[in-house]
Write a new protein. Structure first.
Length: 137
């Protein structure tokens, strides 16, 4: 089965949106196979978002991602990488379709409450970065 890495970012946790987000993935039919809450270090954030290291917003992004508690999850199911991204919606909440997580629940690109892997390769790398084998069912 395909797996993806999903993280509820500090603003999503602080705003009490963990249950809402888990509910949407469960209702769609995906299976939760890994979950934990942690406070990422700056170094972990920089490794997680390494592909974006040349972007002007990189430092702000890593500061934000390591600013509080994050709920890290592994979800499993047919097409979960791509369909997970569809459930999440466009990066900029100003452009996310209503009905998506970002379209319904946030307004700022720098505070867009959730991360989802963008390919099956990045999903594998991110699951390895955030989870030990023994932490995934
Ligand atoms: P994520 O990787 O967090 O799931 P994404 O894949 O939709 O988001 P990326 O291009 O990977 O988008 O960007 C990572 C994060 O960087 C975005 O979620 C957003 O918070 C931030 N970001 C992206 N573009 C901008 C921008 N133009 N200005 C400020 N922040 C941005
Ligand atoms: Mg991304």
């Amino acid at each position: 089965f395909e797996r993806t890495f999903i993280a509820i970012k500090p603003d999503g946790v602080n705003r009490g949106l963990v249950g809402e987000i888990i509910c949407r993935f469960e209702r769609k039919g995906f299976k939760l196979v890994g979950i934990k809450i942690l406070h990422p270090t700056k170094a972990q954030a920089e490794e997680h978002y390494a592909d974006l290291s040349t972007k002007p917003f990189f430092a702000g992004l890593c500061n934000y991602f390591s600013s509080g508690a994050v709920v890290a999850m592994v979800w499993e199911g047919k097409g979960v990488v791509k369909t997970g991204r569809t459930l999440i919606g466009a990066t900029n909440p100003a452009e996310s379709t209503p009905g998506t997580i970002r379209g319904d629940l946030c307004i700022e690109v720098g505070r867009n409450i959730i991360h989802g892997s963008d390919s099956t390769d990045s999903a594998k790398a991110e699951i390895t970065l955030w989870f030990k084998d023994s932490e995934v069912a």
